[in-house]
Ligand binder design. Structure first.
Ligand SMILES: Cc1ncc(COP(=O)(O)O)c(C=O)c1O
Length: 361
């Protein structure tokens, strides 16, 4: 019997196992002070991206919540795609902002800059694009809109660890890029996230984020401390950071494997609507669009192939429902299927996935 092909699968070897045991035996598992492995991970990630600052937190959700807390968005509008994980919108709501969902570009499933332009109002404070499945949004256009209208940019790069456009010298950026290191992501931790800051006031922003990620506590390395404002319990633990340090070393190599798998899907899947091939994309997964989705997912499952749906659009959920129509997003919500790209797939797994999709679709 052929082994089941999983949609996501963290890639670990003996180095992660040894490090996990070492951290557990050390008894030093966590500290809000941002020291130890957490500090090392932040430094390495900052060097990797070439960014001004990096602040490690305990999830992508925390990264989004904290980044938006840097801007006063109370009763202001934040433009974002609806085809995302719900925490992209929750971060706006939690900070008192109003999420304004706009449609996506059908070629990339990333937010459509033309739709952004149409949704700008006097209340717009932030644009929050999502690099969907690791594909870069059209940052040139988005940054132009931000500049023209004096709007901030915060990026949701939960799918995009290792995508080259996140490097400061390669891509164009706003003030914060938010990453997730949830176990299914390209860097897998127990849970984890990080904010990369590119901003002329980066030192001040880092200080604020440092305090807010640990209950507002100031002068954290001393014995006494003060609290001047509200904060959360969002700091990363030592074990996650230690795993992240090892995973970061492998990231480019593993993303090249993901990229090669995506190239095969792109060349060999006989469907018109599928994720484009892009050499710098991190391919957290690969998407296709099909008409008869439930049946196809069922048949793939019967053949040992696990797939997923990313996502049910947020504006169709009870909490965020409104009358606005987003036809391309809604079509994606009905037709999208995500396929595995993780580097534990063998060549024959990929061949099997392609052949079954070509047979069933
Ligand atoms: C697009 C997107 N944004 C944000 C998040 C939140 O990340 P986390 O699960 O680490 O909180 C996720 C995680 O699935 C995501 O896919």
């Amino acid at each position: 019997m052929r082994k089941k092909i999983k949609l996501f699968d963290p890639i670990i070897d003996i180095s992660e196992e040894r490090e996990a045991v070492r951290i557990l035996r050390s008894g030093y598992w966590a500290s809000g002070a941002g020291s130890g492995k957490v500090l090392q991970f932040e430094n390495k990630f900052r060097e990797y991206l070439g960014s001004d600052e990096c602040i490690a937190v305990n999830s992508g959700t925390a990264a989004l919540n904290l980044s938006l807390s840097l801007l006063n968005i109370k009763n202001k509008e934040v433009i974002l795609p609806s085809l995302s994980f719900v925490s992209t919108a929750h971060a706006v709501t939690l900070n008192g902002g109003i999420p304004i969902f706009v449609d996506i570009d059908p070629k990339t499933c990333c937010i459509d800059p033309n739709q952004i332009r149409k949704s700008i109002s006097k209340k717009t404070a932030v644009i929050l694009p999502v690099h969907f499945a690791g594909m870069a949004c059209n940052m040139d256009e988005i940054l132009d809109v931000c500049k023209e209208n004096n709007i901030h940019l915060i990026e949701d790069a939960a799918h995009a660890s290792g995508a080259k456009h996140n490097h400061k010298k390669i891509g164009r950026h706003g003030m914060a890029i938010c990453f997730s290191f949830h176990p299914v992501k390209n860097i897998a931790m127990l849970t984890g996230g990080l904010i990369s800051i590119n901003h002329k006031q980066h030192k001040k922003l880092k200080k604020l984020l440092n305090e807010r990620r640990w209950c507002g506590i100031t002068n954290r390395l001393g014995l006494t401390y003060d609290v001047k404002e509200i904060g959360w319990n969002y700091y990363m633990n030592e074990l996650s950071a230690a795993l992240g340090l090892i995973q970061l070393k492998k990231l480019d190599r593993l993303n090249r494997i993901r990229n090669n798998i995506a190239k095969r899907y792109n060349n060999e899947i006989e469907l018109d609507e599928k994720m484009p091939y892009e050499k710098d994309c991190s391919y957290h997964f690969y998407w296709i669009m099909v008409k008869n989705r439930d049946k196809i997912i069922r048949k793939l499952k019967q053949n040992g192939i696990e797939t997923g749906i990313h996502y049910r659009p947020i504006h169709t959920m009870s909490m965020y429902k409104n009358k606005k129509k987003l036809p391309i997003t809604e079509k994606a919500g009905r037709q999208i299927i995500s396929l595995p790209t993780h580097p534990n797939l063998t060549n024959s797994d990929v061949t099997e996935i392609i052949s079954k999709i070509n047979k069933f679709c």
